[in-house]
Design a protein around this ligand. Structure first.
Ligand SMILES: O=C(O)CCC(=O)C(=O)O
Length: 271
């Protein structure tokens, strides 16, 4: 057996571990698959991320696959590639790794198909994401929230300090309304129980899996190095056309709502 095959088979989780992870997922709305990827795999994914973030044209204001956030200096900084699988065999390997798909099959009780996948690289000083439920944005798919989840494939140490993800435990049972002024918006943070917040610290090679209704958020990266995670989302389904369905709609939405093109208008205000 080659060392690669040995490493891959070594990461397949035992039935006991899977049972524990599955119970935690359905109790809290998320779970952490510890050490799913080997150090060698994680290192090769890191090299792939470096290659991806140095591709020509990513910084073009009108590049459809890049989105921007306000960086440390208040200016727009691009922080994610979405989609990413079509330009990266390495990220495809990570998102479709047999050990991950096997774990998701058990947790979701069905065959996981990739719905979407983005690569987030949060530079030091860059802000995070307010509390939200992914399912709010996926209602149009007409799938049960229990079939939809996201995996956070963690490539560097991640915790509260460098902008890691936080969860409100046990919020995965219902879609929560926005504030009284806008009930259709992201859930009202003042209605959430701060005592239920958990921010799991992650090591490279860990994979955090969370339910589409789990309320989550992330803070500013106050660390010294970028926080880099691959975020594939999955649906337990027999429909292999879901990925195409998702991005066909998403490309049109971004153009209509001009998502990601903010900097273009700021730079060209004088034209
Ligand atoms: O990784 C992060 O900082 C937040 C990502 C997130 O909340 C999301 O993509 O839904």
């Amino acid at each position: 057996m080659t060392s690669t095959l040995m490493e891959k088979s070594a990461r397949l989780l035992s039935d006991d571990d899977l049972d524990t992870y599955k119970k935690q997922y359905w109790k809290d709305g998320y779970t952490v698959l510890r050490g799913l990827y080997t150090p060698a795999e994680t290192e090769s994914y890191r090299r792939e991320v470096e290659r991806l973030f140095h591709l020509d044209g990513l910084d073009d204001d009108l590049n459809l696959r890049t989105e921007f956030r306000r960086g440390p200096d208040g200016r727009y900084a691009f922080d994610r590639l979405d989609p990413v699988l079509d330009i990266s065999p390495g990220m495809t390997d990570a998102a479709k790794h047999p050990a991950l798909l096997g774990a998701l099959r058990t947790i979701l009780d069905g065959s996981p198909e990739v719905l979407k996948c983005k690569l987030i690289r949060k530079e030091p000083g860059t802000n995070g994401y307010i509390p939200h439920q992914d399912f709010l944005y996926w209602r149009w798919l007409d799938e049960s929230p229990d079939k939809l989840c996201t995996a956070v494939i963690n490539l560097y140490p991640s915790d509260a300090r460098n902008g890691g993800l936080g969860f409100y435990r046990g919020t995965h049972h219902a879609l929560l309304p926005g504030p009284a002024s806008d009930p259709q918006a992201d859930c009202d943070p003042t209605a959430l129980d701060a005592a239920s917040i958990d921010m799991p610290a992650l090591e490279p090679g860990d994979v955090l899996v969370f339910h589409s209704l789990a309320v989550h958020f992330s803070g500013r990266n106050a660390g010294e190095v970028p926080r880099t995670v691959l975020l594939p989302s999955y649906c337990a389904t027999d429909d292999s056309g879901l990925y195409r369905k998702y991005y066909q709609r998403e490309v049109v939405r971004r153009c209509k709502e001009m998502v990601g093109f903010e900097r273009y208008f700021e730079r060209n205000a004088a034209i």
